[in-house]
Design a protein around this ligand. Sequence first.
Ligand SMILES: C[S@@+](CC[C@H](N)C(=O)[O-])C[C@H]1O[C@@H](n2cnc3c(N)ncnc32)[C@H](O)[C@@H]1O
Length: 271
Amino acid sequence: MACHAEADEERFSFAPFARHPFFTEVNRWIVERVICPSRRTIVDLGCGPGAVTQLIVERLGASGHVIGVDPSVTALERARRAIKSRVAEFVEGSAEWLSRLVPSADAVIFCNAIHLVPDKPKVIAEIRKVLKRGGVLAFNTTFFKGAYVEGTTGFWRRWVVRAVQALRERGLDVQHEGKATARAFLSAEEYATLCVQEGFSRPTVELVRVEMTPESLEDIGRFSLFIEGALPGVPLEQGAEALREGLGRALAETGLATVPRNWLECVAVAS
Ligand SMILES: C[S@@+](CC[C@H](N)C(=O)[O-])C[C@H]1O[C@@H](n2cnc3c(N)ncnc32)[C@H](O)[C@@H]1O
């Protein structure tokens, strides 16, 4: 059973999506603002297969230490294979008990994962415990209230509706929640308030707008956590295939060549 789950995780990995240039751009935004000569011990929380860890390693150079943390054994194996640097190490575990996994750090970088965490106050409090005073929490996400660029909400809805339709055409009955998202969306203001409540100064918040290509949308539609969020309860193989078909239909019907989307970029200092 565990083997089967790991094989699925490998097939439906985040890695293909992480190779798109705009994705590097939204993560580099964070890495460049956080890593400086006085911040050398960095936690890459929810590191997945290591795309952001790689950027951190490049920015740190020879001196420094980055600890990648993720609950997915398969993703960590990929990260270890991809990153051979001696400044990097990887630890299995979840954000909910971060303070038991890593030593105190100058910065915690949490890219493209905070929306997946059900108990956000607890996780932000754990991050605060790990940080030295003056240390930095930086995170980004594109699953927040405000992610949809004006005029594109219809596309995201249509993508899921068409995927559900494709499944039904194949005789699979699915519950339709009508939202292509992994978990509940918070607004930038709600994230900022949470940071302040848990011992940070008011964060700086910015939106970065990217153009998502059809290829990148197809790749995110093959990522296990995205499939589970968009089509809860549907087996990954059928879910991925339905999202691929739904995407083709939604793009054809809306006439969009690329789909713009906002990333929320947030940096908070531990007070
Ligand atoms: C979309 S991937 C992002 C990977 C990487 N940060 C990046 O931006 O390329 C989300 C990652 O968050 C991890 N994740 C999910 N729940 C988590 C939790 N409670 N604590 C830490 N990581 C978690 C998943 O295993 C997955 O690898």
